[in-house]
Design a protein around this ligand. Structure first.
Ligand SMILES: Nc1nc2c(ncn2[C@@H]2O[C@H](COP(=O)(O)OP(=O)(O)OP(=O)(O)O)[C@@H](O)[C@H]2O)c(=O)[nH]1
Ligand SMILES: [Zn+2]
Length: 206
């Protein structure tokens, strides 16, 4: 699955990280210069390179080969109830303003023939979070990935997030929580969704 935000690939080989930092840094310099920032300040000496490296890190999901290798096992126990990973923290970057949005994802599936290695669920979330993103798309992409890769009986993804573009700028509403969900298969059934919400609302025991 290719990140759909990538431009069509060019014929040339992908640039190394070092090369990309070299190419990006002058653009950061230009922004600082246009803002009238004094780049001779010792704290700013290395800032263009740092910001370039930071963007590569924050947008790691765009990198060729970033898709995690997702280990799937046969469901030998024929486990057929819900598996949920809740409260998975994530950080992403808003596609509109390139500032962070962050929060928690709650991801559940009901296995069919396959189960997935538990650590792979947060890895899939990371893969889709580390790119210019909108919350609705992130939610759908994680659900679609699990739905297609695992062929489970159902998938449900809920994401709760705070958007800094709505908090520290613009409308300035700190603390606003945006909640999105995506459902596939068995979760279309209200009873199954209720079970998901029951798991979600259980108080933390640790
Ligand atoms: N649906 C959705 N909207 C988002 C998300 N992240 C940011 N936005 C919104 O994207 C919109 C961009 O609107 P514009 O009017 O083009 O940009 P703007 O002038 O900076 O808007 P304000 O944020 O209202 O100041 C804003 O309403 C943001 O709140 C997201 O994940 N999903
Ligand atoms: Zn934004």
């Amino acid at each position: 699955m290719r990140p759909e935000l990538l431009r069509k690939s060019k014929a040339s080989a992908p640039a190394s990280e070092e090369e990309l930092i070299k190419r990006l840094a002058p653009h950061v310099e230009a922004i600082l210069d246009q803002l009238g920032v004094d780049r001779s300040d010792p704290n700013l000496q290395d800032t263009p390179r740092r910001v370039a490296a930071m963007f590569l890190e924050m947008f790691h999901g765009l990198k060729e080969g970033a898709e995690p290798s997702v280990t799937v096992f046969p469901n030998e126990e024929r486990y057929s109830a819900m598996v949920m990973e809740r409260d998975i923290p994530f950080y992403s970057m808003c596609a509109h303003h390139l500032v962070p949005f962050y929060g928690h994802a709650h991801i559940a599936y009901i296995p069919g023939k396959h189960i997935v290695g538990l650590s792979k669920i947060p890895r899939i979330l990371e893969f889709y979070a580390k790119r210019p993103q909108i919350q609705e798309r992130l939610t759908e992409q994680v659900a679609d990935y699990l739905w297609q890769r695992l062929e489970p009986l159902g998938v449900m993804v809920v994401i709760e997030a705070r958007h800094l573009c709505m908090e520290m700028r613009g409308v300035k509403k700190p603390g606003t929580l945006t909640v999105t969900s995506a459902i596939r298969g068995a979760f279309e059934n209200a009873k199954v969704r209720e079970e998901f919400l029951g798991f979600l609302n259980r108080s933390q025991k640790w």
